[in-house]
Ligand binder design. Structure first.
Ligand SMILES: [Fe+2]
Ligand SMILES: [Fe+2]
Length: 168
């Protein structure tokens, strides 16, 4: 069966390489925890009240994701990473939401690859755990795009883009 190749190294995935990539994911989760902890508290203004409350929920979900990833990395016999990816800050609320949205897009792209890689290695339970995480990341993406009043970015890179289902 012909399979599209989204990452150059997808064909040569190994358990060691998967653990390395999961550690990159873990660093992105730490980044997300920090960003959501800070942004949820500093976003001010009546129009941002709803999204600030949602960001607080995101912060806790990102911590759950970090715990799940750490468990999987340990299962693969590697030490979980301890360093977050850099967190950008701004005094402008819209900038903060855009930074979050950029990070979520990047995270979603990576988890879609990761699910395929887990399945290539026959790690179906791990693929399922990441699928659960991915569902929450897509909700985060929708929350942020909605708060910014923009369409949900299409990060599929495939022939069929994701369509926006508006939540009102
Ligand atoms: Fe996450
Ligand atoms: Fe997220």
């Amino acid at each position: 069966m012909a399979k599209s190749k989204s990452a150059a190294n997808e064909d040569e995935i190994s358990r060691d390489r998967l653990a390395e990539l999961l550690n990159e994911d873990l660093s992105r989760e730490y980044q997300a925890i920090i960003a959501y902890v800070v942004y949820s508290q500093v976003l001010s203004g009546a129009q941002y009240m709803d999204i600030a409350a949602q960001l607080e929920i995101h912060a806790k979900q990102e911590l759950d994701h970090a715990l799940i990833l750490s468990r999987q990395i340990d299962y693969l016999g590697k030490m979980p990473a301890v360093t977050p990816k850099p967190v950008r800050t701004s005094k402008n609320p819209e900038d903060m939401l855009r930074y979050d949205l950029d990070n979520e897009n990047e995270t979603i792209r990576n988890y879609r690859d990761r699910i395929r890689q887990c399945e290539t290695l026959g790690e179906y339970a791990m693929a399922e755990q990441i699928r659960q995480i991915l569902m929450q990341e897509q909700d985060h993406q929708i929350d942020l795009a909605t708060a910014l009043g923009i369409e949900v970015p299409d990060v599929s890179g495939g022939p069929k883009g994701r369509t926006l289902r508006k939540r009102r």
